[in-house]
Design a protein around this ligand. Sequence first.
Ligand code: ADP
Ligand code: MG
Length: 159
Amino acid sequence: MIFMEKLGIKSGKYITRNTKETQKLGVDLAKSILKLDKKPQKAIIITLSGELGGGKTTFLQGFAKGLKINEKILSPTFVIQKRFKVKNKNLKNFYHIDCYRLNNQKDILELGFADMTNDSENIIALEWPEKIKGFLRGKEVIKIRFKYLDQDTREIIFK
Ligand code: ADP
Ligand code: MG
């Protein structure tokens, strides 16, 4: 869909053989987003799907680093959403949302999801996006799927 081409990221499969390689993919995606010359109309939404331990949070650690965020990205145990400031002329906030514990997809609205997705200064990364499917319908999204191959190997698919 949208920017995969504009971002210079080939949609397709990547194999990573350790945590660092997965983080590096995240760094690369962030850097390509920062280099976008045309301002997006709405927030940039990235969805990360795949089983627990697949590397979604690990990828986002690299992604945040690529956005020059110094705080560490953690697997939010009790927190569903965390906001990080981005120092960039076009982008101001990075939201990390883990929908795993959402019981009702409407609960995402209480977190301000509607305004958040309409603001082109936001980047939103969603783990377990299938939990809020109804609110993503019709939105342009960068989709990333994580597959566990073995202890140190993951397949990461960009769509
Ligand atoms: P998720 O957010 O998908 O549940 P995490 O990123 O929290 O997954 O956890 C992935 C775990 O797998 C981490 O402990 C990480 O160190 C380990 N790991 C091993 N190899 C890889 C790899 N190639 N890519 C990502 N994580 C890896
Ligand atoms: Mg996670």
